[in-house]
Write a protein that binds this ligand. Sequence first.
Ligand code: HEM
Length: 398
Amino acid sequence: MNAIEDLPEIDYNSTEYQAAPLATLARFAGRSKLGRSTRGVEIFDYELCREAIIDRRLGTGHPKLMKVLGLPEGQALDYKRNSISFHDRGETRRRLRKPLVHLMGPDQSERFRRDIRHVVERTIHAVPTDEPVDFIANICDPIPSGVYCYWINADMEDAKFVSRTSHIVQQVHTRDPERTRQIVDGFNALLDYVDKRIDEARRNPGNYLLSELIRVTDSGALSEDELRNWVVKLAEANTDNSSHQIGIAIAELASRPDVWARLGDDPALVPQAMREVMRFHPRSLSTSRETLEDIVLDGCNLPKGTAVFPNIGAAHWNPRYYPNPEVFDIERPDKPPHLNFGGGIFSCIGRFAVTIEIEEAIALMARRFPHLKVERAEFSHSPMFTSVEALEGVLDPA
Ligand code: HEM
């Protein structure tokens, strides 16, 4: 039986990881199914990751995260405590997720497609085509924040506020207490904003997502606070993750002219290309859990309260599951599925909607701008995320 101290240690600050994060993770996965880091235990093996993501003995890692950050008592921490993220498996988690799982399920999310396409078209139409532009500011941020505005029936002018605050509050995952003040301010601003939007939506009901959530609340399935927490949660989780994943998709696809040309000729290839982007260069490099009891994982003793990280990046670059993982291949079979959206009772609520969003953006850009040129693409890789730090180029250099 192993102890955590016996596991190989990965240093996320090492030059090796910073220079080639996924290849480094793959090397660790080749040596051991489990590892350790300063944040806790790392699961490198694909199958073990999948099992851990749905393992009943593992609960949410968010309460520990808030402790690491030292979030002070107040409105922001109250929101966090009562939002879905703090709830372990059980009746409350099931009840809270039920309306969202329904309203944002695979078929239901299709009802958003027409309006998502509209947001994508409007956004890209506003971008100058013949000069270098910042794709993050002009495309990656405005699309998901615009979709959120459409969900809550807000003026599209609010999209800038929505993306800015989403980027701020998602910094919880840096585990850096230096950012706590800014994060608290971000949550407070978002909570005030959402309260106003809910008041407005009650005055002007319609067929948008927020109106539907209000009807669910009025039927007694959610309380007023739970409604508010969900609308904040959708803002928190939406723009930041989606923006980075859109940026990764543009960078990975447009920098391969043969792939880009095929997508422009045949949009039916876009979904499989997106699956490969999310495997090859996922936004989520890990998700987080905590042991709810003493457990043994792959022969290693993990005491109750251990922070555990299913390492999605390592799983996606493991040749036992994805032959030649370093090769970008849009013809890969769709099994085993990528883990970019986690899974089970903790799985990403927005995964179907955001998939539509990215597919629509890529299909339109590949068709309309076959010569799109990425001139600068810079990424950073924390233990948790791939982030797009810079993405610049010309839509139509011809
Ligand atoms: C490409 C963009 C996105 C990525 C990569 C992503 C990824 C994830 C991951 C990895 C989790 C945790 C799953 C787990 O621990 O098993 C998660 C949770 C969540 N995501 Fe996303 N997400 C994205 C976009 C969105 C969007 C657009 C929304 C909402 C509109 C959303 C809403 C949520 C919510 C509410 C949760 C918490 C679910 C729970 O705790 O039950 N996400 N997401």
